[in-house]
Design a protein around this ligand. Structure first.
Ligand code: ADP
Ligand code: ASP
Ligand code: MG
Length: 405
């Protein structure tokens, strides 16, 4: 049985007209002899609408009920799309996360997939030609609905492709591939025809939301070839695959940005063993993802500690810090939600020196102040004021010669 997984994002299922385009893609795959697992997102704007609604109903929406609510977005999409397919005589049915089942842990809002019943799905594919699965959702061991975090339908699709041993996982979206940076903010961005899992992982981790990070982790772990392409054209897109010798080893392959950052500074905490653990252990226990961290001794026996968390976690982080403030001797706590991280990414960076200097001088030329710098073997990230994000991205894109001719 040749199985193809096709995932369509929010803008691809935004209305009837878009869904008709999606149907063409699915029918074309059937014509090629595939059994197709279609994974759908909620219609564009719907997940945000539901989140806003929950915030009106409750000052602190219950995480489990939040997932029950958010999962309705994808439920609507799969029901409507299955109807469209049936109108064309296709043997199909919709499947919600718990019906597959996609088993996850209990981390509501950011659940991790533990298991997928592939045998049951394969058996279903002997009776149906297309299965229309709701992305973004699963269920825990107590049958409670969970969701996989924003952009999670990508992960549902790649995980299903891995479990089913599918030939390919196609990710259809509103751009026709992965670009050197977000084409919606930099008109000179270039399409990358083939990208290695590691590089894509770094781009996604640094904020390129075209693929959710976990989907790339799955793809890499199970060696699932992923093709990112447009629902609205037939152009080939970007293949995300294992690194091979035909890939250009560019020093810098892309620029990413992440506006979902908030900065916290603990002023003048004790400079002694255990302080960092006292700060970060309760944050980890609360499932708060800390990103950049810097600490440098300021005065005798004292140090400032600065770190970033997702904007949505700022309030909870401040609540936790309030409880340990005296224990760590902090003389003040500063916070700023108006920050963003811009990153320069490239596996070729391993063998080049001076990459950071090029980035810093490009930002200097635009008078953009850098608050925090963090580096790894294949990336350099700078935290800057959020309002300069687009300018910084375009400037860095040009400075590293990524602009298209
Ligand atoms: P979907 O709803 O289909 O999942 P998303 O909005 O999650 O789509 O992801 C597609 C968007 O990702 C594009 O519209 C684009 O603005 C953004 N994006 C960010 N970085 C990149 C990049 N390097 N290449 C392509 N798209 C990018
Ligand atoms: N609907 C979810 C979101 O908006 C999941 C997804 O689209 O991938 O984040
Ligand atoms: Mg997405």
């Amino acid at each position: 049985m040749r199985i193809l997984v096709q995932k369509f994002g929010g803008t691809s299922v935004a209305n009837l007209e878009c869904m008709l385009k999606v149907r063409e893609k699915v029918l074309a795959a059937l014509d090629k002899g595939y059994k197709v697992v279609v994974v759908l997102s909620a219609m564009s704007g719907e997940t945000n609408r539901l989140i806003d609604m929950a915030k009106k109903w409750s000052s602190k929406p219950d995480p489990a009920e939040m997932d029950v609510l958010l999962a309705t977005g994808e439920q609507t999409s799969v029901a409507l799309f299955s109807m469209l397919l049936k109108d064309k005589g296709v043997k199909t049915r919709s499947l919600l996360g718990y019906q597959i089942p996609i088993q996850t842990d209990k981390s509501f809002g950011k659940a991790r997939i533990l298991d997928i019943d592939a045998e049951k799905l394969k058996h279903m594919l002997t009776r149906f030609d297309v299965l229309v699965a709701a992305g973004f959702q699963g269920c825990d061991c107590e049958q409670r609905i969970t969701t996989l975090g924003r952009g999670g339908s990508d992960t549902s699709a790649v995980a299903l492709a891995a479990a089913l041993n599918a030939e390919l996982c196609e990710i259809y979206t509103d751009v026709d591939g992965v670009y050197t940076t977000d084409p919606n903010i930099c008109s000179k961005a270039r399409k990358i025809h083939k990208i290695a899992y590691d590089e894509m992982l770094e781009m996604a981790s640094m904020g390129a939301k075209v693929l959710q990070i976990r989907s790339v982790e799955f793809a890499k772990k199970y060696n699932v070839p992923v093709h990112v392409r447009s629902t609205f054209s037939d152009e080939p897109g970007t293949l995300v695959v294992q690194e091979d010798e035909t890939m250009e080893a560019a020093m810098v392959s892309g620029i990413a940005y992440d506006k979902d950052q908030a900065r916290i500074t603990l002023v003048d905490v004790y400079d002694e063993p255990g302080i960092a653990a006292t700060v970060f252990e309760p944050l980890a226990a609360a499932n708060i993802v800390v990103d950049m961290i810097v600490q440098n001794p300021s005065r005798e026996g004292r140090t400032d500690m600065t770190f970033t968390v997702p904007k949505g976690s700022l309030e909870e982080t401040l609540d936790i810090i309030e409880k340990i403030k005296d224990q760590i001797g902090a003389r003040g706590v500063l916070s700023d939600p108006n920050v963003a991280k811009v990153s320069v990414i490239g596996v070729g960076m391993r063998n080049h020196s001076g990459v950071a200097a090029i980035a810093f001088s490009a930002l200097k030329n635009e008078n953009i102040n850098i608050m925090i710098i963090s580096t790894s073997e294949i990336k350099i990230s700078c935290l800057i004021e959020e309002k300069y994000t687009e300018l910084a991205v375009r400037t860095l894109h040009e400075a590293f010669g990524l602009d298209q001719a």
